[in-house]
Write a protein that binds this ligand. Sequence first.
Ligand SMILES: *[C@@H]1O[C@H](CO)[C@@H](O)[C@H](O)[C@H]1NC(C)=O
Ligand SMILES: *[C@@H]1O[C@H](CO)[C@@H](O)[C@H](O)[C@H]1NC(C)=O
Ligand SMILES: *[C@@H]1O[C@H](CO)[C@@H](O)[C@H](O)[C@H]1NC(C)=O
Ligand SMILES: *[C@@H]1O[C@H](CO)[C@@H](O)[C@H](O)[C@H]1NC(C)=O
Length: 571
Amino acid sequence: MLVYRPIRQRTQRLLLSFLLIAACETGSSQVHYSLPEEAKHGTFVGRIAQDLGLELEELVPRLFRVASKGRGDLLEVNLQNGILFVNSRIDREELCGRSAECSIHLEVIVDRPLQVFHVEVEVKDINDNPPVFSVSEQKLSIYESRLLDSRFPLEGASDADIGENAMLTYRLSPNDFFTLDIINKKDKGKLPVLVLRKLLDREENPQLQLLLTATDGGKPELMGFVTLLILVLDANDNAPLFDRSVYEVKMYENSANQTLVIWLNASDVDEGINKEIIYSFSSLVPPSTRRKFLMNESTGEIRVNDAIDFEDSNTYEIHVDVTDKGNPPMVGHCTVLVEILDENDNSPEVVVTSLALPVREDAHVGTVIALISVSDRDSGANGQVTCTLTPHVPFKLVSTFKNYYSLVLDSALDRESLENYEVVVTARDAGSPSLSATASSGEGPPKADLMAFSPSLTPCPLPDVEGEEQSTGGNHSSKVGYCFSIFIVCFVNILFHRFPPQISWETGSSQVHYSVPEEAKHGSFVGRIAQDLGLELEELVPRLFRAQGVALYLEEIVHSRVGLSSQELRI
Ligand SMILES: *[C@@H]1O[C@H](CO)[C@@H](O)[C@H](O)[C@H]1NC(C)=O
Ligand SMILES: *[C@@H]1O[C@H](CO)[C@@H](O)[C@H](O)[C@H]1NC(C)=O
Ligand SMILES: *[C@@H]1O[C@H](CO)[C@@H](O)[C@H](O)[C@H]1NC(C)=O
Ligand SMILES: *[C@@H]1O[C@H](CO)[C@@H](O)[C@H](O)[C@H]1NC(C)=O
């Protein structure tokens, strides 16, 4: 060790400078200490005086002092015991940032002779910095339609420490949908990446909240957290749905135009435009049904748009589509079964198919005077027709077969006491209130025999029938009816002398049954009717044999056996 001695000569200044430099060089035998950062005030660093070979008692006289460039007073020496200690908190990261090496350089100077020592105090990293994410919550928007193994890079954490203390590992909170993959970057950082392992479904989980944890390698380790908020975006993966596949509706015929038939409500669990829906009739709906009903595309209301007639059709099957506006669109279906209920909107019809007038006063009781058929297009009670006759006349109605009646002589006539009768036949249905008959003229046999009909269809007072009530409104109930009259004139002379009275117009109670398959062609053999009725072939023409009744009779048979509508019947 060189010792500086004061030299008075000014000429020796140059030498002084040299010696100073030399003295500086003496400090090359550096003293090295190390201490962890964040050490508390007063923490022992080293016995600096002793380590520099200085006596404790010379420290003060020789003006022992410590200088550190720009490092202020982080460290200090106790001149009594020559110990270097921590004066104020040392933060390695503040001092050296992220550089791997961090030390404080101290210059120790003593005078007489001037000596300079260099002391290096290494500041060691402690794990005092947790991993830090730049935000507390990371938002990710992911379409529910994303495929498995899709990857979503995340922003990693940073750690101000160095080495192991900054070596991060990542962990994802347990969940069904994502796992974590780590990409090692060139700068030795790590990039966490979410990997989709289970398909997302917005309708089930519109958003997911996961926790990403970064842990450093210090001892003890420190952790940082970030919440991953995953917003699942909608894809058009749900068709609109009706809550039922079939809706059954009953409505009366003759419903007013625009009457609501049904209000359909489909729903689509998707979002936004994917849940906007349009209703329409399916292509399966025939034009005849489309004409009858109107679909409101936006509300799903189906309303009546045309006359609804039970006798025309008593059910409608409406297939409805509902389509969303997604791309591509998805379609839902339902069927509306509309059952039309009958109203008593058809009056019974009365047709006189045969008349044998005038009547001899000596005609036998039981002689048939007129054949009457009744019908009603309504169904059920509304179509059940009964015929009644003016009371207190020597005639009666005999039901021959279902809706067929014969007007027959009930007691002996006496022209001399009463020459003619007005007989009113009233057909009424069982609707409530009932409708009664209308009759048309001219369908009878020889017009010469037809004395009179009431030609108009005007309502007439009805004979009292038990349990009947007048119309009060509501059209599924019945109405006031009509009637028609037959004037029966009695003659003394035998007009129809050719017809033996005993077989003339006896009520046809001896019925003959035939059956024919539907769709039978014109001319198909049905039965030997004359023979089966006990008539001689040669008397058919003179006796004006005619078959309206038979035709209707067959119609009845066919109708009841195969359920044909009368329009379809061809005989
Ligand atoms: C549809 O919604 C309307 C209005 O809320 C309601 O009146 C109607 O009954 C619903 N239709 C069906 C079939 O549920
Ligand atoms: C459907 O209903 C809506 C709401 O009642 C109405 O504004 C619209 O005019 C209707 N559309 C049709 C075609 O009737
Ligand atoms: C029913 O109403 C609609 C709309 O007002 C109209 O277009 C249609 O012609 C009407 N139908 C009948 C049978 O009046
Ligand atoms: C019933 O129908 C008849 C004819 O079809 C009509 O004149 C009458 O106004 C209707 N009555 C009611 C209450 O709707």
